[in-house]
Every structure is written in C-alpha cells, then in structure tokens.
Design a protein around this ligand. Structure first.
Ligand code: MG
Ligand code: MG
Length: 267
C-alpha cells in the first residue's frame, strides 16, 4: 500500500533527507586516494549522530555499517573496508538517516583522483538519467514513465540498467511501496498522486545489466566487472510536480563545482 504524506510530514522528511545530503557533502570533502571506506563510515556515523539522526542503514536487515560504499564494479550494498581508495576509482556512497521518525536515503558516485573519460561519461549519463526520471514523476504520469525515462536515456549509450534492484517509496520505513524500477514502459503501472515520496535511484552499468552477488551476502557487482554508477534523490510529489527533499549542493560546494540541475525541482 502506498502511504501518502501530508505537507507537515514532507517537511519532516526534508530534514532527514538534508542530513543525508550534508553527510554526503562531508564525504566529498574527505574522499581521496589513500582514504578507506571504514574511515568514511566512522566519520559519517559520528556526523549523523552529532546532528540528531540515527544511521538508517546500520542494522537494517542486519547491514553492518552506516554507509554502503561500492567502488568501481560494485553496484550497491558494498560493505566499508580497510582497502584504500586509489586514483581512478569511482566510489558510490549510499547513506540513510532516520530522524523525526522518517527516513532519508540517497546516494552519489564520487570520482577519486583522476578518472578516465569513459568512466566520467558513465557518471554524467547516469546522473542525467536520474533527473530525467525525476522529471517524469508528475501528475498525469505513471510508474512506468520513470523507468522509461531512465532506461531510454542510458540505453542510447549501450549501458545496462540493473533489473534486480530498484527505487522505492520512502517514509517511516526505508523501503515502502511502490517499487520504482529503472526500466519500464510509458504509461504503465500505478498512477502518481500528490503526497507520494519516492527514492529514485538509477543503478547503471557501463556494460551488461547482469549482476553477481559476493559471498558476503551483500555486495552487488557487475557480471562483467565493468564499472557501475548510482545516483539517488528523495523526491516528493507536491501540487502535481516533483520536488527535491535531498540536494547534491553540499557535494558540489565541497568539490568546488557549480550546477543548476536542481533548480527546476526546488520548493
Ligand atoms: Mg540509497
Ligand atoms: Mg534507496
């Protein structure tokens, strides 16, 4: 059942999402060659707790850490470890927070040092597909329109859309209905309604869409071991339009980047 949120609940959810956004901003400041995922995980946990939140992933389905850290061929659900990042790596960091009784959950794929052009393009196109998906989340559309928007954008580049893992409704639970696939058919599936809050999160592989899972029971990686990217935003449907609860602005500030990509979704 899809739980619609009122404006007051959406405001509370925005606070949870923004704490995740700030945590990802901190990660952008810290991530560099030689740094380990476990170090980032510790920083993120302290930062979230210091700001009145509860790490949302820690213990969820028995996940052992605060962050999912998934470098290179890892798609999602990577477990932070002691292996230092190297120049040329891409690292997807997914973070969840529980605050005010509501979850925030979003993700960014970072470049470490000098990343090759082919991989940079994967990141660019995956992020573009996220915004195409968000733009399709509006009154008059249906669930399949999000997946169609994402899939049609990335398949032009012959990238693979992961099928087994999907976006989701967000609220008092981390994963609420509906499931939000990153592939789909226009005009199919449930109609969107005001008050829906979704975590939209394309997981896009440079090569095949097929995936494997490591024996740790968590880590998802590409079957061909080519790189994979993951960007995620928390989005509410208000007055017929998609409105961002999360922001990458803290990441961009840390990286010295400018962007107007979120302007059309502000409220
Ligand atoms: Mg996430
Ligand atoms: Mg999510």
């Amino acid at each position: 059942m899809i739980k619609l949120k009122n404006r007051e609940e959406i405001e509370l959810m925005r606070e949870s999402a923004q704490l995740v956004s700030k945590t990802l901003g901190l990660m952008a400041n810290e991530i560099k060659p030689g740094v380990t995922g476990l170090h980032l995980d510790k920083l993120a946990k302290e930062f979230i707790v210091d700001h009145g939140g509860i790490p949302g992933f820690l213990g969820l389905y028995d996940f052992p850490n605060t962050l999912c850290i998934s470098p290179n061929a890892q798609v999602v659900h990577g477990i932070p470890n002691e292996k230092p990042f190297e120049s040329g790596d891409i690292v997807s960091i997914d973070c969840g927070v529980l605050m005010n009784g509501f979850y925030g959950d979003h993700a960014y794929t970072f470049e470490v040092g000098e990343v090759d052009e082919e991989t940079k393009k994967l990141l660019k196109v995956t992020k573009e597909s996220l915004y195409k998906g968000i733009r399709a989340f509006k009154i008059g559309n249906r669930l399949g329109d999000i997946g169609y928007a994402i899939q049609s954008h990335v398949e032009k580049e012959n990238y693979g859309v992961v099928r087994e893992l999907v976006g989701h409704g967000l609220g008092k639970k981390m994963h609420e209905d509906p499931q939000v696939p990153n592939y789909g058919r226009k005009g199919r599936g449930k109609k969107f309604k005001n008050g829906m809050v979704l975590a939209i999160e394309p997981m896009i592989n440079m090569g095949t869409h097929k995936i494997d899972q490591l024996s740790d029971g968590w880590t998802i990686l590409t079957h061909d071991r080519k790189p994979s990217a993951h960007f995620e935003h928390d989005v509410a449907l208000i007055d017929g339009k998609p409105r961002l609860l999360s922001t990458f602005s803290y990441v961009y500030e840390a990286l010295g980047m400018e962007s107007d990509e979120e302007n059309e979704f502000l409220f």
